[in-house]
Design a protein around this ligand. Structure first.
Ligand code: NAD
Ligand code: DAU
Length: 381
C-alpha cells in the first residue's frame, strides 16, 4: 500500500505509491494542461503542438514574460485556438500556483519555465537557483496539494537538459538515463537540483512524475543570445561571430519541433516515474556548425561563397565550458517509437531561412520593443 502523509492542514491520508499509479496507467485522461514557460523558445512550440493536436484539452500557458518570454511566438495560436489561455505569473509565487491549480482543475503539468542561458548563470547564479530550483519546488508543492485527494489521472512532466550529466571527454561515449549527474555550470547545477526535487516528490509523496533530458535545440523563435540565432543575426548584419575558445566544443543538436513531438509522446505514453533522454545523434563541433551556417546564410542572402568567413572571431572561452554533450535516446526510440523527423541539413536550412524571413521578430527583441509592449499590457503582474 502507499505512504501515509500529511498534506497541508488536511488529516493524514493514505496516498498511493508511485508503483501503484504506474500499474494503473494513471495519466491517460488529462484534459486541463498547465504548460510553464510557454512564451519561450521550446515552450511556444509545445503549446502550439498541444493546442492544435488536442482541441479537447484546455491549455494554460503560464509565463512570467522575462526577457526570454515573448507572446509574439504564439500570436497565431492566440488567434486560432479557443483552447489556448495565457496566464502571466511567476512559478516562484506559491499562492498564485495554488490558485491556478484550483481555478482551472489542472490535471497535467509540462514544466519548461526556467532561466536557460549558461552565460547568464555564470554572471548571476542566484537568479537560476531562484527560478529553476525554488520555482520548480513551489510548482511541485502546488501540484502535490491540489492532487492530494486523488493522484489518479495526473502527471507532472519536468523538462530538463542533458547538461545535468556534465561534460563528455572520450569520443564514442554517450549520456544514458543512468549516467551519474555531474553538473558543471550554475545553470546545469540548478537544473540538476530541480530534477532531484521532482524525483524526490515522486518518491516521497507519490506525485506522478516523469522527466526528460534533451540535447541542444535549434529552430525558430530561439532568443538571439544562443549560438545559432545570434550568429545568423550577426551574419546578416556583418557583425563579428564570437567563437568561444578554439571552437572545438561539441554539441548534439535537435530540431525544436522534434523535441516538442518527443514531449507529446512522453506525456501521453511515457511510464510514470521514468526518465527519457531525447536527442538526435547529431554531434557537431561548434566551428564546423558555424561554417555550415555561414555557407547557408551567405547562399540565402545572395552573398558570394566565403563572404562572411572573415566574421569569425575567436574570443575568450566560457568559464568552465563543457567540452562535449552527446545523448543516447535509444530508450525513447525503443520504448515509445519516437525518432527525429528532420535531417540536420534540412533543419538548419529551414531555421536560417526563418530568421532571415522574420527579421522583424529579431528586431523587436534586440530593440527591447516587445518588453516595453508587454510591460504596458500586463504591468508587473
Ligand atoms: P527560454 O529561455 O527560451 O524560455 C524560458 C521561458 O520561461 C520564458 O518564456 C520565460 O519568460 C519563462 N520564465 C522564466 N522564469 C520564469 C518564472 N519564474 N515563472 C514563469 N515563467 C518563467 O528557454 P528554452 O530554451 O525554451 O528552454 C525551456 C526549457 O527546456 C528549460 O527548462 C530548459 O532548461 C530546457 N531545455 C532547453 C534546451 C535548449 O536547447 N534550449 C535543451 C534541453 C532542455
Ligand atoms: O544541452 C542543452 C542546453 O543547450 C540547454 O539546456 C540550454 O538551455 C541551452 O542554452 C544550450 O546550452 P549551450 O550552452 O550548449 O548553448 P549555447 O547556444 O549558449 O552555446 C552552444 C555552444 O556554442 C557552446 O559550446 C558555447 C558556444 N558559443 C555560444 C555563444 C552564445 C560560442 O562559441 N559563442 C557564443 O557567442
Amino acid at each position: 500500500m502507499g505512504l501515509i502523509a500529511t498534506i497541508g492542514k488536511k488529516e493524514k491520508k493514505e496516498i498511493p505509491s508511485l508503483a501503484e499509479l504506474i500499474a494503473k496507467g494513471n495519466h491517460k485522461t488529462m484534459r486541463n494542461v498547465l504548460i510553464t514557460g510557454g512564451a519561450g523558445f521550446i515552450g511556444s512550440h509545445v503549446v502550439r503542438l498541444f493546442c492544435r493536436n488536442y482541441p479537447d484539452y484546455q491549455i494554460y500557458n503560464l509565463d512570467k514574460l522575462t526577457y526570454a518570454g515573448n507572446l509574439e511566438n504564439l500570436a497565431d495560436v492566440a488567434a486560432d485556438c479557443p483552447n489556448y489561455h495565457f496566464i502571466k505569473g511567476d512559478i516562484c509565487d506559491l499562492e498564485h500556483m495554488r490558485r491556478i491549480f484550483a481555478d482551472h482543475r489542472i490535471d497535467g503539468v509540462i514544466h519548461l519555465a526556467a532561466e536557460s542561458h549558461v552565460d547568464r548563470s555564470i554572471r548571476d547564479p542566484f537568479a537560476f537557483a531562484q527560478t529553476n530550483v525554488l520555482g520548480t519546488l513551489s510548482l511541485l508543492q502546488a501540484a502535490r496539494e491540489a492532487w492530494a485527494e486523488d493522484m489518479n489521472g495526473k502527471l507532472f512532466y519536468h523538462v530538463s537538459t542533458d547538461e545535468v550529466y556534465g561534460s563528455l571527454h572520450d569520443p564514442g561515449t554517450f549520456f544514458v538515463e543512468t549516467t551519474a549527474y555531474d553538473p558543471q555550470s550554475p545553470y546545469s547545477a540548478s537544473k540538476a537540483s530541480s530534477d532531484h526535487f521532482v524525483r524526490a516528490f515522486g518518491n516521497t509523496y507519490g506525485l506522478p512524475i516523469v522527466v526528460s533530458n534533451c540535447s541542444n535545440n535549434y529552430g525558430p523563435n530561439q532568443f538571439p543570445e544562443k549560438l545559432i540565432p545570434l550568429f545568423i543575426n550577426n551574419i546578416r548584419h556583418g557583425k563579428p561571430l564570437p567563437v568561444y575558445g578554439t571552437g572545438e566544443n561539441v554539441r548534439d543538436w535537435l530540431y525544436v519541433i522534434d523535441h516538442a513531438r518527443a514531449i507529446d509522446t512522453i506525456f501521453h505514453r511515457g511510464r510514470v516515474g521514468e526518465t527519457y533522454n531525447i536527442g538526435g545523434f547529431n554531434e557537431w563541433r561548434n566551428i564546423d556548425l558555424i561554417r555550415v551556417m555561414i555557407r547557408t546564410a551567405d547562399r540565402l542572402l545572395g552573398n558570394p561563397e566565403g563572404h562572411s568567413e572573415g566574421l569569425i572571431t575567436y574570443v575568450q572561452d566560457r568559464a568552465g565550458h563543457d567540452k562535449r554533450y552527446a545523448i543516447d535516446s535509444t530508450k525513447l526510440h525503443e520504448e515509445l517509437g519516437w525518432e527525429p523527423s528532420l535531417q540536420f541539413e534540412e533543419g538548419i536550412e529551414k531555421t536560417i531561412r526563418w530568421y532571415l524571413d522574420n527579421q522583424q521578430w529579431l528586431d523587436h527583441i534586440t530593440s527591447g520593443a516587445y518588453e516595453r509592449y508587454y510591460a504596458e499590457m500586463y504591468g508587473d503582474k
